[in-house]
Ligand binder design. Structure first.
Ligand SMILES: NC(=O)c1ccc[n+]([C@@H]2O[C@H](COP(=O)([O-])OP(=O)(O)OC[C@H]3O[C@@H](n4cnc5c(N)ncnc54)[C@H](OP(=O)(O)O)[C@@H]3O)[C@@H](O)[C@H]2O)c1
Length: 280
C-alpha cells in the first residue's frame, strides 16, 4: 500500500487528508461557533502529517477557506496542497444549488484564491455539473483559467464515468470526488475508472457522516487492531485502492489525530474481505 499519491512532480501528498466541511456553522452555514478551534483542527492535522486539505467556496460560504487561510499563515513552512471547489451556490443551512455559468465559475475561482490567500489553486474541482450549461462551458472556463496559471489541476465532483470521459476531451482531469465509503459503494465503476487511469479518487462521506464511527459491525475488527471503528473504515479505504485519498471531516482535534493514525493500520486481507461484504 502506498502512503502517498503524486499529482505531479511537485505535488506528492500523503493519501490521508482532511476535509474542512465540518468547520463552519450548523448546516455548513455561517461561521463556526468556535473559530479558534476550527483553525486549531487544521493546524493539528498539518502537525500530524496532513498535507492535502479539501475545502470549497460553498462551505460557510467561505468560512472554511478563511480558517484554512489562517492555519496556513500559522504553518508557513508546511507544504500543503489545498483542493477547493466552485459551482455550488448556497441559499441557507443545508441548501445547495449548482450554478455553472462561466462568469460565475470564474468569479468563484478568484474568490477562492482571495479567501484562501493563494495566488493559484493547486486542485480546482467542479463541485457539481450544472445541467443548464454544457460541459464545454463549465470545464472549458476552468481550462482557460488553467492556461492563465490560476489553476494547476482540474478535478470533478459527483460525476459518472461518461461525464469524466467527456470532460477529458476538454481539459486534462486529474481527480474525481464522489460519495463513497465502506457501506456505500454506488460509484464503484467510477473508482475503477479512476484507478485504471491514475486519477485521484477522493471519497466524500468517507465515514458515512459519522455512522461508521459508531459502526457496531466494525467493533470486533477494530478491537483486533486496538483501533476505533472510524480508523478501520479509513484503513479499508486506503487498502481498497492506491488512488483513494480519504478526506474525513471533523471539528474535533482529538478526532483529527485519531483519523490520521488510521494510515498506520495495515488490514489483513482476511479482515479486508470481511469488511468488503458490508458494502452495498
Ligand atoms: N464533493 C462533495 O460534494 C462533497 C460532499 C460532502 C463532503 N465533501 C467533502 O468530504 C469531506 C468529508 O465528508 P463529511 O465531513 O461530510 O463526512 P464524514 O467524513 O464521512 O463524517 C464526518 C462526521 O464524522 C464525525 N467524525 C469524524 N471523525 C470521527 C472520529 N474519529 N470518531 C467519531 N466521529 C468522527 C464528525 O463529527 P466530529 O466533528 O464530532 O468529529 C462528523 O460528524 C468534507 O469535509 C468535505 O471536504 C464533499
Amino acid at each position: 500500500m502506498n502512503k502517498t499519491f503524486s499529482f505531479d512532480k511537485d505535488l506528492n501528498i500523503n493519501r490521508l487528508g482532511y476535509g474542512a466541511m465540518q468547520l463552519p456553522g450548523k448546516g455548513v452555514w455561517g461561521p463556526s461557533s468556535d473559530p479558534d478551534n476550527a483553525v486549531k483542527v487544521i493546524t493539528t492535522a498539518i502537525d500530524n502529517g496532513v498535507n492535502f486539505i479539501d475545502t470549497a467556496d460553498a462551505y460557510g460560504p467561505f468560512y472554511s477557506n478563511l480558517y484554512v487561510k489562517e492555519a496556513l499563515k500559522q504553518r508557513q513552512d508546511a507544504n500543503v496542497m489545498v483542493a477547493t471547489k466552485v459551482g455550488n451556490t448556497r441559499q441557507g443551512p443545508d441548501l445547495w444549488t449548482p450554478v455553472g455559468t462561466p462568469a460565475y465559475l470564474r468569479q468563484q475561482v478568484e474568490l477562492n484564491m482571495m479567501t484562501l490567500g493563494l495566488d493559484h489553486i493547486d486542485l480546482l474541482q467542479l463541485h457539481r455539473v450544472d445541467p443548464n450549461y454544457t460541459l464545454e462551458e463549465q470545464v472549458g472556463e476552468l481550462a482557460k483559467m488553467q492556461q492563465e496559471g490560476k489553476i494547476k489541476h482540474i478535478g470533478l465532483s459527483q460525476v459518472s464515468v461518461d461525464e469524466i470521459k467527456a470532460a477529458e476531451k476538454i481539459a486534462p482531469i486529474v481527480s474525481v470526488q464522489n460519495r463513497y465509503n465502506l457501506i456505500d459503494r454506488t460509484d464503484e465503476d467510477v473508482l475503477d475508472y479512476a484507478e485504471a487511469n491514475h486519477l485521484a479518487f477522493i471519497p466524500w462521506f468517507p465515514l458515512a457522516t459519522g455512522e461508521l464511527a459508531q459502526g457496531k459491525e466494525l467493533q470486533d475488527i477494530a478491537a483486533k487492531y486496538d483501533a476505533q471503528p472510524a480508523q478501520i473504515a479509513l484503513a479499508w479505504l486506503l487498502k481498497r485502492s492506491d488512488v483513494i485519498l480519504p478526506i474525513p471531516g471533523t471539528s474535533s482535534t482529538d478526532h483529527v489525530v485519531q483519523n490520521i493514525k488510521a494510515q498506520n493500520i495495515e488490514l489483513s486481507q482476511a479482515d479486508f474481505d470481511i469488511l468488503d461484504k458490508l458494502g452495498k
